[in-house]
Ligand binder design. Structure first.
Ligand code: ATP
Ligand code: MP5
Length: 269
């Protein structure tokens, strides 16, 4: 069985972060492991509090896994602090980690800042060059590329600028544009548009986490990057189409819709 590691924050409501990543790995038949960077008290409406995990413990979780188990892919999500980013990069380089998917989480859908301002420089200089695939959303890409983005042409230009900062591939997610849900993949040479119609739902909590974890799972299984991204986007679109109206705010995606469909359970929820 292939094995993937998520380095991310815990979302108590189970829709984003570590919880979304582990469910996504399981839905892909990949064994999931975790190094937790922070614990958030969070639900579908708000992030209420965040406790950072000490840097030393973040590093030791990563060491504990790599010293014992072969890791086929790594997904990195919420890492708020500069010192934690630097330690993660140091440990990943030390263990020669491969197939690294970085979701540069900055602000939650509910508006909580998940990246401290002084951590942006470390994200740029340390984490971006380690990424096989970097998956910014539009607000994150605007910060990383230093330009406003209004349309697909702007997404393509920003993806090219960000790819110049070090990641092998940039997948710029278009979920924040008003029209469709088209994402742009750039590998330094060619732009590929991954087109999807916008699904009419308010329940999109954890979409970015689910997508990046699905890419990592597909890379762990040995897919080349373009196929891994295309299949992950297809999985995500299904997970949004079957998103769950759990809670009073932005509900989570359905990670096991395919399994539930086969079992005849989909209609019961
Ligand atoms: N309503 C929707 N219908 C279909 N696809 C969507 C919808 N909303 C978002 N997506 C897709 O979900 C993925 C993540 O979108 P988005 O750009 O919102 O990222 P994000 O803000 O990082 O997500 P999150 O912060 O929830 O983790 C992208 O592939 C995007 O195209
Ligand atoms: C622990 C954690 N990681 C990531 C997100 C981003 O997800 P979203 O933008 O859907 O709130 C989150 N809310 N919580």
């Amino acid at each position: 069985m292939k094995k993937a590691l998520t380095i991310a924050g815990s979302d108590s409501s189970g829709g984003a972060g570590i919880q979304a990543d582990l469910k996504t790995f399981a839905a892909h038949g990949v064994f999931g492991m975790s190094a937790i960077t922070a614990i958030t008290a969070q639900n579908t409406q708000a992030v209420l509090a965040v406790a950072e995990i000490p840097v030393e413990i973040v590093g030791r979780q990563i060491d504990a896994i790599f010293e014992d188990i072969e890791v086929d892919a790594v997904k990195i999500g919420m890492v708020s602090r500069q010192t934690t980013i630097i330690r993660i990069c140091d440990r990943l380089r030390h263990h020669a980690a491969r197939n690294i998917v970085v979701d540069p989480v900055m602000v939650s859908k509910s508006g909580w800042n998940l990246l401290q301002p002084d951590a942006l420089a470390a994200l740029r200089s340390e984490l971006l060059p380690l990424a096989t695939v970097l998956t910014p959303n539009i607000p994150e890409a605007e910060i990383l590329a230093g330009m406003p983005i209004h349309d697909l042409d702007g997404m393509a230009e920003a993806a090219a600028r960000i790819q110049g900062l070090g990641p092998a591939y940039v997948l710029l997610k278009g979920g924040h544009l008003p029209d469709n849900a088209t994402d742009i993949l750039y590998d330094g040479k060619e732009i590929h548009a991954l087109r999807a119609a916008r699904i009419d739902t308010k329940n999109t909590h954890g979409t970015g986490c689910t997508l990046s974890a699905a890419i990592a799972a597909n890379l762990a299984k040995g897919m080349e990057v373009k196929t891994a991204v295309a299949e992950a986007k297809e999985y995500l679109t299904g997970a949004i189409a079957h998103a769950l109206a759990i809670g009073k705010g932005v509900g989570p995606t359905h990670h096991f819709y395919d399994l539930y469909r086969k079992a005849g359970w989909l209609d019961q929820f």
